[in-house]
Design a binder for this molecule. Structure first.
Ligand code: NAG
Ligand code: NAG
Length: 192
C-alpha cells in the first residue's frame, strides 16, 4: 500500500466513524425545528441578546425547579427538565452544574447525540407575571461540541414560562426542599 492510499483509507475510515456516530442519532434537530423559532417581536429589549446573535433553535422544557430553605425563604438551587423539539421528541436535558463554573455559569443544557453542552449565567430577569417563573436572558460561559446543537451557543432565553415558583408558604425547617413543576420554551442563539 502506498502512503497516499493509506491516507485515503484513513480519511474514509474517519468519514465512516463520523457517519455512523451521526447515524445513531435518531432524534436529530432538523431544519424544520429551526424554522419553529418564534420570539415575540415586542419582547422587553433587555431580554434580547446583542446584535449579531441569531436564534438557531427553540426547545420546549418540561421539568421542575428545585428550592432549598435558608431559614426564612425558599432559594432556587437547581432545575431539571427534559427538552423536546417541535415534533415532541426528547433531544436533550436541562440541569445545573453542582457548582458555578469560573465565569459564574451554572444552568446547563446538553444533547447526548451528537454530544453538546452549553452552560450560562443570568444577565437579565424580567418581573414575575401570573405566578410563573420569570422570563430570563442567559449568556453562555462555556459551550462544547461544535457538531451538536449547543456547541458555540452564545445566549439562551427562557420564555413562555408556566408555573415553577416555590410554594407561598414560608419554610419552617432550614434545608427543607421543595420542587415545583414547570414548563417553558428555551431559545438558543449563536453568533453569525
Ligand atoms: C434567605 O434568602 C432570602 C432571599 O434570597 C434572603 O433575603 C435572606 O437574607 C436569606 N436568609 C439567610 C439566613 O441567608
Ligand atoms: C444545611 O445544609 C448545609 C449544607 O449542606 C449544612 O452545612 C448545614 O449544617 C445544614 N443545616 C441544618 C440546620 O441542617
Amino acid at each position: 500500500m502506498t502512503s497516499s492510499s493509506a491516507l485515503v483509507s484513513l480519511s474514509l475510515l474517519a468519514a465512516l466513524v463520523i457517519s455512523s456516530a451521526n447515524g445513531a442519532c435518531t432524534r436529530f434537530f432538523t431544519a424544520e425545528d429551526a424554522q419553529s423559532v418564534n420570539v415575540p417581536s415586542n419582547l422587553d429589549p433587555e431580554l434580547i441578546p446583542p446584535q449579531g446573535n441569531v436564534p438557531i433553535a427553540q426547545l420546549f422544557g418540561l421539568g421542575a425547579q428545585h428550592y432549598t430553605a435558608n431559614g426564612t425563604a425558599w432559594v432556587l438551587t437547581s432545575a431539571t427538565a427534559e427538552l423536546f423539539n417541535s415534533r415532541f421528541e426528547n433531544i436533550g436535558v436541562h440541569f445545573y452544574l453542582p457548582h458555578a463554573d469560573p465565569k459564574g455559569g451554572q444552568p446547563s443544557w446538553k444533547t447526548p447525540c451528537p454530544r453538546s453542552l452549553v452552560t450560562a449565567k443570568r444577565v437579565f430577569t424580567a418581573p414575575v407575571q401570573n405566578n410563573n417563573i420569570p422570563w430570563v436572558l442567559l449568556e453562555a460561559t462555556n459551550s462544547q461540541g461544535s457538531c451538536g446543537l449547543f456547541g458555540d451557543v452564545t445566549y439562551v432565553q427562557r420564555l413562555f414560562t408556566k408555573n415553577g415558583l416555590p410554594t407561598s408558604t414560608a419554610p419552617t425547617d432550614i434545608n427543607a426542599t421543595f420542587s415545583s413543576s414547570y414548563t417553558s420554551f428555551y431559545v438558543f442563539y449563536k453568533q453569525m
